[in-house]
Design a protein around this ligand. Structure first.
Ligand code: ZN
Length: 461
């Protein structure tokens, strides 16, 4: 067995690893490269491997940096199966259709701005390409060993990162023996809300381990929740609205879960709550279909009152008019909307309406990348541009850390420690600082043999 690294080797997007096993070639993930315009242009380039002869794709979870180039792969000739968890298959449709709409819209706007009339900018992929991907998906459950190619067996285990997320175990018959490759996928933090914690892996000959937050320790969850309660209280006292930019998958549903859990303590009944995101609303439907994947805590909350997704004061705004009607609320409303970093989506309309008011509170509950509007706000910009208009920032801004969907360094080191035979480990899906720091911790605490790879490098299993 052998692994060749193509993406998310020294960075956190574009996850893609090629595996040779039992005489076959297969891919682990086929993710989109995200970041600057230059970075994103790399998605249009040829794949660094030959598509012809790839026998299978295994997808760890539905985040776009893991699945976003599947439509490109299929448009360029891949026709084999795409193995993934059942819940990921459901989320995949929502994620890819949304990405295709955005790509089609971008291309249209780009072409409108061109005057030469012939330099047409094509979308990275279309909704038709997405349809072809969905036909190839082979959904399976956790813990069921499945022969995906002659001599190659796949087992998915819960990774506790987002709904349906999985660690991937590949066993390959080679010669007389068997080799085992484990890819962690993205791992959730300990005690992650709603989902079960990442399952341990019994044994591996080589482990590919994510390292997104390999260099830090998260703030504890109790104080994070106390902070959310405090922000809501002061917003209520000030008489303003609360704006929460949030990703459609995971964080939006998690917020509703925390509201239900702290219903009395945070006096949630007095608010009007808006989930102003058609995509997050669709994802709520997928959660409804997969309650059996929830942890015990969440199952108890779901059995109690109020149900997180049926809060008596919760409104799902799907249509544009419903979203616009939220503007009538000048106070007493909690508005959850995307995008999570304010670089697009409906949150920008709410920011335009509310940022100028002193009584507004904006709560950032996720990472704000460099160059995004969210980051500028968090960094203290007093004036921002929205829809061509300057808006003065009078609102109160709060950054609530500690709700990450990724394991931190102590959790990653512990997860590694549970792998019985302490295998050699390749760190993927992390920037250099995070990888270096995690490598040091793994060597020190477990005497691990740690490798840092770059795109194009190969490692034997
Ligand atoms: Zn992820």
């Amino acid at each position: 067995m052998r692994v060749r690294f193509h993406g998310a080797a020294g960075e956190v997007t574009g996850s893609c690893h090629e595996v040779e096993a039992a005489g076959h070639r297969l891919l682990l993930d086929c993710g989109m490269i995200q970041g600057s315009i230059d970075d994103e242009h790399r998605n249009f380039e040829p794949f660094p491997f030959i598509i012809d002869g790839i026998g299978a794709v295994v997808l760890s979870h539905a985040h776009i940096d893991h699945c976003g180039r599947l439509p490109v792969l299929v448009a360029r000739g891949y026709q084999g199966p795409i193995w993934t968890h059942v819940a990921t298959a459901d989320l995949l449709r929502i994620m890819l259709e949304d990405a295709a709409s955005l790509a089609e819209m971008d291309a249209m706007q780009d072409n409108k701005h061109r005057r030469d009339g012939h330099a047409h900018h094509k979308p990275l992929f279309t909704r038709a390409d997405v349809g072809k991907v969905l036909k190839l998906v082979r959904p399976i459950g956790y813990g069921k060993a499945t022969e995906i190619l002659p001599g190659v067996t796949l087992t998915l285990r819960d990774a506790g990162h987002i709904l349906g997320s999985a660690s991937v175990e590949l066993r390959a018959r080679e010669g007389e023996g068997e080799r085992v490759l484990v890819f962690s996928g993205d791992l959730g933090p300990k005690g992650t809300p709603i989902l079960r914690d990442a399952e341990p892996v019994p044994q591996a000959d080589l482990l590919l381990l994510e390292s997104t937050y390999g260099g830090r320790a998260h703030r504890d969850r109790e104080s994070t929740l106390a902070e959310i309660g405090d922000v809501l209280e002061s917003a209520w006292n000030a008489g303003g609205n609360v704006l929460i930019p949030a990703f459609a998958v995971g964080r939006s549903q998690e917020l509703l879960y925390w509201f239900a859990r702290n219903w009395d303590e945070w006096n949630m009944a007095r608010w009007k709550i808006f989930l102003d995101s058609p995509m997050a609303t669709k994802v709520v439907g997928v959660y409804d279909d997969h309650e059996s994947l929830f942890d015990q805590d969440a199952q108890a909350v779901w059995r109690g009152r109020p149900h997180p997704f049926r809060l008596p004061n919760l409104n799902f705004s799907v249509e544009v008019e419903e979203s616009r009607a939220i503007n009538d609320h000048r106070g007493g409303a909690i508005i959850i909307a995307g995008s999570g970093m304010c670089n697009g989506g409906r949150i920008r309309h709410h920011l335009r309406q509310n940022l100028g008011r002193r009584e507004t509170h904006v709560m950032f509950v996720g990472y704000q990348a460099n160059g995004t509007l969210g980051r500028r706000l968090v960094d203290g910009a007093r004036e921002v541009k929205l829809f061509g208009e300057s808006v003065h920032v009078n609102a109160q801004l709060h950054t609530v850390g500690g709700l990450s969907a990724h394991a931190d360094q102590p959790a990653l080191v512990d997860w590694y420690g549970q792998v019985g035979n302490r295998p050699p480990v390749v760190l993927v899906h992390g920037e250099d600082d995070a990888r270096d720091s995690l490598a040091g911790a793994l060597r020190k605490q477990h005497g691990a043999d740690v490798m840092l790879v770059r795109p194009g490098m190969e490692v034997d299993v």
